[in-house]
Ligand binder design. Structure first.
Ligand SMILES: NC(=O)c1ccc[n+]([C@@H]2O[C@H](COP(=O)([O-])OP(=O)(O)OC[C@H]3O[C@@H](n4cnc5c(N)ncnc54)[C@H](O)[C@@H]3O)[C@@H](O)[C@H]2O)c1
Length: 452
C-alpha cells in the first residue's frame, strides 16, 4: 500500500520504517527540516534499538523516503497517519494545535482522486477525530474521498521497533466499514487481535491504558512508603503481588515516579476530559499527586542523610538522565527533576547516561554540571552515588571500583536496581525505595504534609 506518515518523532519515524519493512511504499513527512536532512543522511534523530538499520535498509530498497513537502507526501497515499505531538497545555489538557494544523494542510492538499483513510496515531482526547473530520471537510475539495480512523499507538520507547513489528493488540476506531476494511487489510498479516470499535472508544482505550499503568506505578510507590514505615520490603511485596495473574508483575517496580512524554500528560489530559464531561475522575488526581510526591520522598532521603536544607559543598554522582532505561528521551524525566532539586539546595552534580547526554545538556545546561564519559568517571570524588534511571549497565557495577571512586560508600537507589544484600555486604550504606535498611528502622519523615 502507499502510505504517508506525518511527524517523524518517536512514533512516526519508527512507524514509517516498520510499515515500509512490511512491504508498503512510505513517505515520512516532518516540518522540521533539520530532522529530515539528518534522517536523509542516515543519522537517526532519536535513539531506538534497531531503528537505524531498519530505516537504512528500507531507504536503500526504495520503499521509504522522507520530505518536508506534505503535498508530495499525501499524493497517492491510501492511508495517511498523523503522528505529531500532543503535548500538555497549560490547563492540563492535550494541546492539539499540531493535529489541527496537519488536518488543515491534509485537507488543502488532498487533490488526487484516491480514497484515503486519515488515521490519527497521536494520542488524542475523545472527540478529536470527529473534529479532524470536520476540518478535513472544510479544507478539502468537494470531490475528495476520505474517512477518518483512530488507531492509537501503544509502543514503548526503548523497544518501539519490536513493539510495532509485533504489536500485542491493534485498536481501530472508524465510522465506516469502508475505512475499517482498509485498516484490516493493512494489519491482517500480523495475525494479532484487532479491537474494532467507534472513534470515541478507540480514543478512550489509549488514555485508559496509560492511566491504568500510571495508577499501578503510583499504587506501588505509595506501598513503598508504607512498607518503609512499617518495616516491610516493597520488592518482596511486589513479587508476591505480581505472581497473582490477575495483578501481574509489570509496572510494580517502586521508584522515583513515572515521567516521559506520555504518562504525565496523558493522565492529566484524561482528568481534564473527565472534568469537561462534568465527571470528577478523582482517582487520577491521586495518581498525579502521588507521582509528584515521589521525587520529593527520594530527595528527602538525601537531605536527611546529609543533615537537612543546605547541600552546598556536596557532590552527587547521578547515574541516569533519561526518563527510563533504553531511551535517550529526557522529556519529563524524573531524574532531571531530582537533579534540579539537589542543585536548588546548592549541591554539585556529576552526571552520566548511556544515551541521553545530549538531550540532558539542553535541559541542564553545561556550565555547572559535569557530564562524565562513563559510569565510573561520574563517581570520582562524589559524596554519594544516585541511581536515577534503570539502565541495565548500572546493574552490574564493579562495587570495589565504585567504593574506591566515591568519597563515602553511600548509594541512593531510586530504581531499586541493585541487589541490596550484595551492596550491603560490600560495605555500602544503601538507601532505596520502600526497603528496610539493615537492622536500622527507618525514621518516618513527615515531608508529605508540606508538599500535599
Ligand atoms: N513517544 C512515545 O512513546 C509514544 C507512544 C505512544 C503514543 N505516543 C503519542 O504519539 C504522538 C507523537 O509522539 P512522539 O513521541 O513521536 O512525538 P515527537 O515530538 O517525538 O514527534 C512529533 C513530530 O511531529 C512533527 N510535527 C509537528 N508538527 C508538524 C506538522 N505540522 N507537520 C509535520 N510534522 C510535524 C515534529 O517536528 C516531530 O518531529 C503523541 O501524541 C504521543 O502522545 C507517543
Amino acid at each position: 500500500m502507499k502510505l504517508c506518515v506525518i511527524g517523524t518523532g518517536y512514533v512516526g519515524l519508527v512507524g514509517a520504517a516498520v510499515f515500509a519493512d512490511w512491504g508498503n511504499e512510505v513517505i515520512g513527512v516532518d516540518i522540521d527540516e533539520a530532522k529530515i536532512k539528518k534522517i536523509e543522511r542516515g543519522i537517526m534523530p532519536i535513539y531506538e534499538p534497531g531503528l537505524s538499520d531498519l530505516v537504512l535498509l528500507n531507504v536503500k530498497q526504495k520503499r521509504l523516503s522522507f520530505t518536508t513537502n506534505l503535498k508530495k507526501g499525501i499524493q497517492g497515499a491510501e492511508i495517511v497517519f498523523i503522528c505529531v505531538g500532543t503535548p500538555q497545555s497549560k490547563s492540563g489538557s492535550a494541546d492539539l494545535s499540531q493535529v489541527w494544523q496537519v488536518s488543515e494542510n491534509i485537507g488543502k492538499f488532498m487533490t488526487d482522486k484516491i480514497y484515503k483513510v486519515i488515521v490519527t496515531k497521536s494520542t488524542v482526547p475523545v472527540g478529536t477525530n470527529e473534529k479532524v473530520k470536520q476540518i478535513l471537510k472544510k479544507f478539502a475539495p468537494k470531490s475528495a474521498k476520505f474517512d477518518v480512523a483512530s488507531n492509537p499507538e501503544f509502543l514503548r520507547e526503548g523497544c518501539s521497533v519490536k513493539d510495532m513489528q509485533k504489536t500485542e493488540r491493534t485498536v481501530v476506531g472508524t465510522e465506516t466499514e469502508r475505512a475499517m476494511k482498509v485498516m484490516r487489510k493493512f494489519y491482517e498479516h500480523l495475525n494479532m487481535p484487532i479491537v474494532e470499535c467507534d472513534l470515541r472508544s478507540s480514543e478512550m482505550i489509549k488514555y485508559a491504558s496509560n492511566a491504568f499503568l500510571a495508577t499501578k506505578i503510583s499504587f506501588i510507590n505509595e506501598m513503598a512508603q508504607l512498607c518503609e514505615k512499617a518495616g516491610a520490603d516493597v520488592v518482596k511485596v511486589a513479587e508476591g503481588m505480581g505472581l497473582d495473574s490477575r495483578i501481574g508483575s509489570k509496572f510494580l517496580n517502586a521508584g522515583i515516579g513515572y515521567g516521559g512524554a506520555c504518562f504525565p500528560k496523558d493522565v492529566s489530559a484524561l482528568r481534564r476530559t473527565s472534568l469537561d464531561f462534568a465527571y470528577d475522575f478523582a482517582l487520577l488526581q491521586g495518581v498525579m499527586r502521588v507521582n509528584d510526591v515521589q521525587k520529593h520522598y527520594f530527595a528527602n532521603k538525601i537531605y536527611e542523610e546529609f543533615g537537612g536544607e543546605n547541600l552546598s559543598g556536596l557532590t552527587f554522582a547521578c547515574l541516569g538522565l533519561a526518563f527510563k532505561g533504553d531511551t535517550d528521551d529526557t522529556r519529563e524525566s524524573v531524574a532531571i527533576k531530582i537533579i534540579h532539586l539537589l542543585r536548588g539546595r546548592g549541591a554539585q552534580v556529576r552526571v552520566y547516561d548511556p544515551e541521553a547526554m545530549e538531550n540532558a545538556k539542553r535541559e541542564l545546561g553545561t556550565s555547572s554540571v559535569f557530564f562524565a564519559k562513563d559510569k565510573y568517571e561520574v563517581l570520582k570524588g562524589a559524596d554519594a552515588m544516585l541511581i536515577l534511571t534503570e539502565w541495565g549497565e548500572f546493574k552490574d557495577m564493579d562495587l570495589t571500583k565504585v567504593k574506591k571512586l566515591l568519597k563515602k560508600p553511600l548509594i541512593f537507589d531510586g530504581r531499586n536496581l541493585l541487589d541490596k544484600k550484595v551492596v550491603e555486604a560490600n560495605g555500602f550504606k544503601y538507601l532505596a525505595i520502600g526497603r528496610k535498611t539493615g537492622s536500622q528502622k527507618q525514621k518516618a519523615p513527615d515531608f508529605r504534609a508540606a508538599i500535599l
